[in-house]
Design a protein around this ligand. Sequence first.
Ligand code: HEC
Length: 159
Amino acid sequence: MRTLTTTAIAVLATTVAVTAAEVAPKEVKFDEYGSVETSLTGTPGDPENGAVIMKTKSMGNCISCHQVTALEDAPFHGEIGPMLDGAGDRWTEADLRGIVSNAKKTFPGTMMPAYYKVDGYIRPGDAFTGKAAEEPLPPLLSGQQVEDVVAFLMTLKEE
Ligand code: HEC
């Protein structure tokens, strides 16, 4: 019992520490080109987990719009967005962090969803039902999930 309690406290302490270091969605600093220089969490991203997030429908679901040769084992790749092979050559880590957090800062008017954003959505349902969820809504990805996706994108180099 004692060991269990100690473990539970250790786990709690870790969770709080991670949360405290995380940059909240509203506090993300985009530069004039839409890049985000500072890590959202201070914890390096895990590229393998990033790949899973990009393939998973309930998470990033990036491949519903983008082709990625390195993720060819996943069943469906859309062509709405550009192919992401070589994204790690075309963009810096800060650029990619900005694109994944809120692509509209880099590509105004893009249909790519903002993954780390909690307010400012246009929800036509609001006026009609008055029942839409109150903002802030949870972001589509956590700060660490964004970092994981960015770490995977940085591995996408040509040749
Ligand atoms: C609804 C479709 C859609 C989804 C889902 C989507 N994107 Fe995009 N993405 C786009 C479009 C369209 C562009 C091109 C920018 C523009 O609109 O001009 C783009 C651009 C990009 C770019 C820059 C392209 C380049 O390589 O030059 C990157 C990187 C990117 N997306 C990554 C992602 C990642 C990672 C995810 C998942 C977390 C994702 N996208 C999900 C549509 C999408």
